[in-house]
Ligand binder design. Structure first.
Ligand code: NAP
Length: 286
């Protein structure tokens, strides 16, 4: 496993396991499988509704809590100082842990400054080892870096061969913010798992398109957190540290960039309206 060192000196695995869209009844088994395969970083969120099942897996596994890098994210419904603080402590209870390795603001909406101040305080109290954001476009990220006591240490955004975030990553680097990729496979959209270019590159190294996509991110210095409910795929996705893509192949993948999200544009007011509607519909769930 390769590691990156965050701005505050905390070491974070370059490859982790994401549990978005894994139903609660499957989550404990999946996380136990992932830990068995060798993953030591788990990415969940309040809005995934499976924190308790992640916590159960960590408790049941033979891996020490200290060897696991555990991330959760604060959802929009819990924005603002008091609600965010209370919700993070509740997440820790669900996760059966008294500290988080990383806590992120999930979306750049509502009172995320209040949320950030709660996270800064919990960081100061030693309850969170690193704090960061997710889905922050460069302008909002620079704002967060410029007007807070503590700068975000991580920004988790969509990154895959079709949405490469080249410009956004430059801004993160300028401010010492570690980029982390969600949907490293674009959830398989646009046939990414059978893409002929990625398959051809993979054949040179005896690797699959999935492995090529993850390796490309790791070589760009981007932390990546693929999700799979299948143990063979978890193992396939984990097996990316025994080869190195050539500069030529890195360039071939760079030329696949469509430079736009496969899912949603966070700067589009209609996307914001969708989140407003969702938080209203889900107000009793948080
Ligand atoms: N911060 C955010 O807003 C945000 C948003 C989205 C995701 N995330 C995080 O990022 C993680 C990863 O993103 P994601 O889950 O959206 O998508 P993803 O990892 O890009 O893709 C997951 C999909 O790929 C399939 N898959 C995985 N490995 C495969 C392989 N080797 N061969 C073929 N198919 C494979 C999975 O199917 P099976 O499960 O059936 O194997 C699943 O359908 C999430 O789990 C979550 O932790 C964060």
């Amino acid at each position: 496993m390769d590691y990156t060192t965050l701005a505050n000196g905390v070491k974070m695995p370059m490859l982790g396991y994401g549990v978005y869209q894994i139903p609660p009844e499957e989550t404990t088994r999946c996380v136990l499988d992932a830990l068995e395969v060798g993953y030591r970083s788990i990415d969940t969120a309040q809005a995934y509704f499976n924190e308790a099942e992640v916590g159960k897996a960590i408790e049941e596994s033979k891996v020490d809590r200290g060897d696991i890098f555990l991330t959760t994210k604060v959802w929009i419904n819990n924005a603002g100082y008091d609600k965010a603080r209370e919700s993070i402590l509740k997440s820790m209870d669900k996760l059966r842990t008294d500290y988080l390795d990383l806590c992120l603001i999930h979306q750049p909406f509502s009172d995320y400054y209040g949320t950030w101040h709660a996270m800064e305080d919990l960081y100061g109290e030693g309850r969170i080892r690193a704090i960061g954001v997710s889905n922050f476009e460069p302008d909002r990220l620079v704002d967060m870096c410029g007007f807070n006591r503590i700068k975000p240490m991580v920004n988790q955004v969509e990154i895959n061969p079709l949405c490469q975030q080249t410009e956004a990553v430059k801004w993160m680097e300028k401010y010492g913010v570690q980029p982390e990729a969600w949907a490293p496979f674009g959830e398989g959209q646009d046939g990414l798992f059978t893409n002929p270019e990625l398959a051809e590159i993979g054949r040179e190294y005896g690797k699959t398109p999935a492995q090529v996509m993850l390796r490309w991110e790791i070589q760009r210095g981007i932390v990546t957190i693929p999700k799979s409910t299948h143990i063979e795929r978890m193992a396939e996705n984990f097996n990316v540290f025994d080869f190195k893509l050539s500069d030529g192949d890195m360039g071939r993948i760079a030329s696949m960039n469509l430079d736009k999200s496969l899912f949603l544009d966070h700067e589009d007011p209609r996307s914001v309206e969708t989140f407003i509607q969702l938080t209203t519909e889900q107000k009793d769930l948080f």
